[in-house]
Design a protein around this ligand. Sequence first.
Ligand code: NDP
Length: 452
Amino acid sequence: MTTRPDINTTLDLLRIEIEHRNPAQPEFHQAIHEVLETLAPVVAERPEYAEPGLIERLCEPERQVIFRVPWQDDHGRVHVNRGFRVEFNSALGPYKGGLRFHPSVNLGIIKFLGFEQVFKNALTGLGIGGGKGGSDFDPHGRSDAEVMRFCQSFMTELYRHIGEHTDVPAGDIGVGSREIGYLFGQYRRITNRWEAGVLTGKGQGWGGSLIRPEATGYGNVLFAGAMLRERGEDLEGQTAVVSGSGNVAIYTIEKLTELGANPLTCSDSSGYVIDEKGVDVALLKQVKEVERGRIGTYAERRGASARFVPGGRVWEVPADIALPSATQNELDENDAATLVRNGVKAVSEGANMPVTLEAVHLLQRAGVAFGPGKAANAGGVAVSALEMAQNHARTSWTAQRVQDELSHIMNDIHTTCHETAERYGSPGDYVTGANIAAFERVADSMLAQGVI
Ligand code: NDP
């Protein structure tokens, strides 16, 4: 029988080898590290998981596509961006995961997101594998026509690799309903097929699901509420710091308000806004979604309760709970120490990997309930899978039905993570619970399907 220290050493050596084989991809290394450092208890208990090559296969994408995306701006100038699609694991179903358009995008970032997505999708309990894609294209300041031409060029290559039974992209940073519309239009034109299930996050008149735009933010708030309930509290009356002001942040703020909590902040890459009366979600939507403006404009229009802090870190605002909802590694060890000093009770990741590994350890040591993104923000992909189901049946569900399904799924994910952590000797550790529960589901399917 292999001992736990032996397994830890084996997993550590494996991690080092993966880092070696994937140089200069720090975000991917971080995501691998966070998972491998929690797997020893399950590998010790289930020897089949120590089968040579299983974890190596899990950490190696099934396919990685990189392509040129040339497009012309409104002045006729040609730009060349790079497109990516990483099809990470399809043991549970077609690859599923968003597209990110942001200048920081590179292969390592897409691989970290794809790896996380495999685990997240497994936790939903639905039949979806994991993938991710995107481009280093920056949509900020681009006209609708430029964004359309870019999306059309991007899809002119991507269409070869996707399909409702193969790989189903959705939105992420920089990709919302406008971009999904242009992408879907080009896919339909090239293939001459109405294949609604090839993309999710579609408009509601043409195959989109009600509650899909809201699902990630709503789901994260439900997850945070479930963590608080475990401690005998609920969301009502709690103050919250939220980062970001995009899709996830907006609907996080909306749900917090609906449930009687007080979201004090939102942010973008220029700084943050603190609003003592609680962020007014209608004004935020107007500034960010309709006008595509900057967060400072919100403070200018809101009046005396709000002020804009240029370049500041939102985590310096004292609050009961924190919901990072912008981007990876936006909350580091210093920020975590500040949150703990200010008495934070729970941190729940709306974004993917927004909290650094060191910060996660610090929060856990301080007894703060910590919800990892692969569990806490899984509501978005879960409703995407429900969108695929509606497309398949050529029907559309009511908002109430989708909301009910979303709350069941989020509660189930919370229970699964909580119980799994307890079963493997780490009560209250949602990171270990999420990683092991997702790993068991994916690994069992991979073992059953043979060495492929
Ligand atoms: P959006 O593009 O709608 O919004 C992103 C927000 O984060 C903006 O406020 C943006 O500010 C800010 N932001 C992005 N990059 C940076 C950066 N490098 N530094 C500072 N601020 C930044 O994206 P989403 O809301 O869809 O996604 C947010 C996070 O949630 C991402 O991590 C994404 O992977 C994750 N997620 C999203 C899901 C979804 O359904 N959309 C599902 C699950 C996870 P600015 O405009 O100034 O760049």
